[in-house]
Design a protein around this ligand. Structure first.
Ligand SMILES: Nc1ncnc2c1ncn2[C@@H]1O[C@H](COP(=O)(O)OP(=O)(O)OP(=O)(O)O)[C@@H](O)[C@H]1O
Ligand SMILES: [Mg+2]
Length: 389
């Protein structure tokens, strides 16, 4: 639909005269006169002036689909003279058909007395159309209600919307892919560190003990081997810690509930916060990818508690129902504020939400000042196109 140019006032007046000329024009008996209206009177505005301001089809129609008045966009874009429009059957003028258009909102608006707006694909033209009907307070002289009717081509906007939706979905796909690559990489690194580096250091420790036994009389060398031994012990602990932080083996070996419990114990040991954990049923069995997603969400939520909440108590509960698995983390800290949770820069929270969404689930975080924060995550156990787990 082309953008119509604005018509001059005299053309607008022609339009209303067109109404009078048309064959049994509803405008003739209508109460709609092209005279200054309401406060518009002080501005010298006519109904036609208002209709002409719109670059898309704007009409007044009655409840029998008769066009009472139409703006220049209708004439110009359809190449019709005003007398071919006013008083005519709207579906014929706009769609070239002799029955109501299949998506016409008029019937519903007439029935409910409410405005009806529809965005529909016009099957005949392949274009997207926004067709809207707004009941007015006016009636034609024969008692038909008058409706304000707009028809706009929104194909371009729809295309932009579709492209935006597609690129958002692509971004989500990319982030899902990067996450899984990152998780695989972490698992591989953790294993290699634990198996390779850990074993090498242990072997080094054994060799060092062997050396120490043969250096009984050389006190200074003996002291050196003792301090080397301490360094190797430290290195072994560091390797274990890094490997566990990269991907806790307990997640793969014992499952989600044990991994979360282990994480709460770890944090309990390192902070002054008391953590309580419960799982229902005790053995929550979920597939590896969902376990990873929930575990990472839980880690981020717990890290947030430690970093931001000033809490003394945290309770974590994991529950598997027949169709969903849910995780609740409640702390008694200062309470997150809505502005913080909605902040586009809150990437940790965004990551939690996205991970939950990846699995068709959701994450909600709420807080009350001084009363703590509650994080609730819920993920369905089966996703469309997914095998039941
Ligand atoms: N349990 C909580 N108690 C109080 N405030 C919280 C809590 N969790 C989150 N917040 C607030 O919400 C903000 C956003 O959290 P988010 O995890 O997105 O970012 P962050 O932790 O500051 O940084 P990072 O990107 O490293 O995670 C935090 O900066 C903090 O102010
Ligand atoms: Mg964070």
């Amino acid at each position: 639909m082309k953008r119509a140019t604005k018509q001059s006032a005299s053309e607008s007046e022609d339009l209303s005269r067109g109404a009078e000329k048309a064959q049994r024009p509803p405008a003739e008996d209508a109460d709609v006169k092209d005279v200054p209206q309401g406060t518009g009177a002080t501005l010298g505005l006519r109904v036609s002036d208002i209709l002409e301001a719109f670059p898309f089809y704007v009409m007044l129609v009655d409840d029998r689909h008769r066009i009472v008045q139409a703006n220049g966009a209708v004439h110009e874009q359809l190449g019709l003279a005003p007398e071919d429009v006013v008083g005519k059957y709207c579906p014929r003028v706009i769609h070239g058909i002799d029955e109501p258009w299949y998506a016409c909102p008029l019937e519903e608006a007439a029935e409910t007395g409410e405005a009806v707006e529809r965005e529909v694909l016009d099957r005949a033209t392949g274009r997207w159309v926004r067709s809207a009907i707004y009941p007015t307070a006016g009636f034609t002289a024969d008692g038909s209600r008058i409706y304000f009717h707009t028809v706009a081509d929104i194909t371009d906007a729809k295309q932009v919307e579709d492209q935006l939706r597609a690129s958002r979905e692509q971004l989500r796909e990319l982030s899902r892919f990067l996450e899984s690559v990152r998780e695989d990489e972490r698992t591989r690194l953790a294993r290699e560190m634990h198996d390779e580096l850990g074993q090498t250091l242990t072997a080094l420790k054994i060799d060092l003990s062997w050396l120490a036994r043969r250096l009984q009389e050389r006190q200074s060398l003996l002291e050196k081997t003792a301090s080397m031994g301490e360094l190797i012990d430290e290195a072994i602990q560091t390797v274990k810690r890094i490997a566990t932080e990269l991907r806790p083996g307990v997640l793969d070996d014992l499952g989600l509930a044990d991994a979360i419990e282990w994480q709460t114990q770890e944090l309990g040991r390192r902070t002054d916060i008391t953590f309580r954990f419960n799982a229902y049923p005790e053995q929550v069995i979920v597939d590896r990818d969902r376990s990873t997603a929930i575990f990472r969400i839980c880690q981020e939520a717990l890290t947030n508690v430690v970093r931001h909440a000033d809490a003394t108590r945290v309770s974590v509960s994991l529950k598997k129902g027949s169709s969903r698995i849910s995780l609740r983390i409640r702390d008694n800290g200062k309470g997150v504020e809505e502005s913080q949770t909605l902040d586009p820069g809150a990437l940790g929270l965004l990551g939690m939400r996205e991970r939950a969404r990846d699995w068709g689930g959701e994450m909600a975080i709420t807080g009350a000042p001084g009363k703590g924060t509650l994080v609730v995550v819920s993920i369905p156990l089966a996703k469309k196109g997914d095998s039941e787990c």
